[in-house]
Design a protein around this ligand. Structure first.
Ligand code: SF4
Length: 392
C-alpha cells in the first residue's frame, strides 16, 4: 500500500530482514564432506548465522577472519576450558542478574544473539539446560532499585537488540524510573551481525532518543572484531544511534585467526575512532570450553595490542587490554623482561581495586590462573584469600 505526500505517492519503506540459519546445510559454500565433519561440533556448540553476515566472507580464503568467527572448526572439540571460567554464577544475585562491581549490574534478559561467535564466552547460555537468562526482569529491577550504588545497568545475554522493541522499551522505561540508574548500556553485536535491526526500526531509534537524556545516557557497547565488519550498513547503524543520543564504544576479544594481527586491530581502532565508536576494552580470550583454538597467549596478545596502539591517534588508542577474571578486570599494563605487570582495573573486593601486581613472565600463559605472582612485588594490602587464589 502507498501513502501520499502532497500529490506524490510515497512507496512503503522496505524493511530489510536478513535470513537467519541454524544449520550448516544452509551454507552451500561449505562442501558437503566438510559439513558432515563439522556436524558433531554444531551438536555441541550450536550454530546461528544470517545471510548478511555470511556474505561478508571471502569463501576463496580458508583463513578468512569473518569465516573464522562464524563457521565452526573441528578444533572446538578439544578438551579444554570450562563453560563458566570467570565464575559468573558466583556473582548471580537473582535469576538473570549479575552484580560483581559496585556500580554496575548486568541484566541477562535475552538468550539469543544475531549470530553466534564461535569463541563466545557465554556459549553456555545457548545450551538447552541453561537457565541463567531471565525473561522476567522484575526481580532484577527490584534488586537494582534497592541498591542505590548501582549507577550503570548493562542489558546483555544474549543480545538485547534481538528482543522486540516493545520489550526493550518496557525494560528501559522501567529502568528510567529508578533515579540512581544513570547509564543504561546495551551490549550488542547487532551493528555487526544485522545493522538493519537498527536502521529499519524507527520505533527503536525513537526509544533510544527518548531515554538517552542529557544527564542519563544510553551507551551502545558495540562488538566489532575486525575492520571488515565495518560495512556501510554497520557504520550507518552506529551513526543512527549517535544521532539519536546514544554514546557508542566498542569492545572485543583478541582471537586467534580473527584479529590477532596488529595491522587489522589498528585499522579497526582507527576506523572506530573516526565513526564515533572508540575502542573501550580488548579482552583476553576466556578459557571457555571449545576455545583453545581461539585463544592467544597473554604475552603474545599484549605485544599485538601494544603494536596496534602505536599506529593511531590518541582517540584511536584509548583501549585497555584486560582479562575478565573471577577476581576482577585484570589489566595487562606491561611485559618487561621476565615480568608481567597487571593492575586490577575493576574488582569485587575494594582492597584489590587499583592494585598493581608483578607476575613471573610465562609466554604460554593464557589466563591469570596460569601466572605466578612475584611475592616481593605484591602489595601487602591484598587480602590473604586473594593472594591465596593467585598463588594456587
Ligand atoms: S555476540 Fe557476544 S554473547 Fe553473542 S555469541 Fe557473540 S560473544 Fe557470545
Amino acid at each position: 500500500m502507498h501513502t501520499t505526500c502532497g500529490n506524490r505517492a510515497v512507496p512503503p519503506r522496505k524493511v530489510r530482514r536478513p535470513k537467519y540459519i541454524r544449520s550448516l546445510d544452509e551454507i552451500p559454500q561449505i562442501p558437503a564432506a566438510e559439513r558432515e565433519r563439522l556436524r558433531p561440533v554444531t551438536e555441541k556448540f550450536v550454530l546461528r548465522a544470517n545471510d548478511y553476515y555470511l556474505n561478508l566472507i571471502d569463501w576463496n580464503d580458508p583463513a578468512d577472519p569473518i569465516r573464522r568467527l562464524i563457521i565452526p572448526t573441528e578444533d572446538e572439540l578439544s578438551d579444554w576450558g570450562q563453560l563458566d571460567p570467570s565464575n559468573e554464577e558466583r556473582v548471580t544475585v537473582a535469576p538473570g542478574v549479575q552484580h560483581k562491581y559496585p556500580h554496575t549490574v548486568l541484566l541477562l534478559c535475552n538468550e539469543v544473539c544475531g549470530a553466534y561467535c564461535r569463541y563466545c564466552f557465554r556459549k553456555r547460555l545457548f545450551m538447552d539446560d541453561n537457565h541463567e537468562v531471565s525473561i522476567d526482569v522484575g526481580p532484577g529491577l527490584d534488586y537494582i532499585a534497592q541498591h542505590p550504588e548501582v549507577t550503570n545497568v548493562l542489558l546483555t545475554g544474549g543480545d538485547p537488540l534481538l528482543m522486540s522493541t516493545r520489550r526493550l522499551r518496557d525494560i528501559i522505561s522501567r529502568l528510567r524510573e529508578i533515579p540512581h540508574v544513570r547509564i543504561i548500556r546495551l551490549g550488542s553485536k547487532m551493528p555487526a551481525f544485522d545493522p538493519f535491526r537498527i536502521l529499519d526500526d524507527p520505533e527503536l531509534l525513537a526509544t533510544l532518543s527518548e531515554f538517552s537524556t542529557a544527564r542519563a545516557r544510553i551507551y551502545l557497547m558495540a562488538h566489532f572484531d575486525h575492520p571488515r565488519e565495518l560495512t556501510e550498513e554497520a557504520v550507518a547503524g552506529i551513526d543512527a544511534c549517535i544521532r539519536h543520543g546514544v554514546m557508542c564504544v566498542n569492545q572485543c576479544p583478541l582471537i586467534r585467526g580473527i584479529n590477532d594481527d596488529p595491522d587489522a586491530l589498528a585499522t579497526m581502532f582507527r576506523e572506530l575512532s573516526f565513526i564515533g565508536c572508540p575502542q573501550y576494552y580488548v579482552f583476553q580470550c576466556r578459557p571457555t570450553a571449545g576455545n583453545e583454538t581461539y585463544s592467544v597467549p597473554i604475552v603474545e596478545g599484549w605485544e599485538i595490542f601494544r603494536e596496534a596502539l602505536r599506529k593511531g591517534s590518541g582517540l584511536a588508542c584509548r583501549a585497555r587490554f584486560v582479562m575478565s577474571h573471577a577476581l576482577g578486570k585484570a589489566e595487562v599494563l606491561a611485559v618487561l623482561g621476565d615480568r608481567i605487570y597487571i593492575r586490577f582495573h575493576r574488582a569485587r573486593d575494594a582492597a584489590v581495586r587499583g592494585e598493581v601486581l608483578a607476575f613471573e613472565r610465562n609466554n604460554d600463559a593464557r589466563w591469570l590462573d596460569d601466572l605466578r605472582p612475584i611475592p616481593d612485588l605484591v602489595s601487602d594490602r591484598l587480602p590473604a584469600e586473594v593472594l591465596e587464589a593467585l598463588e594456587s
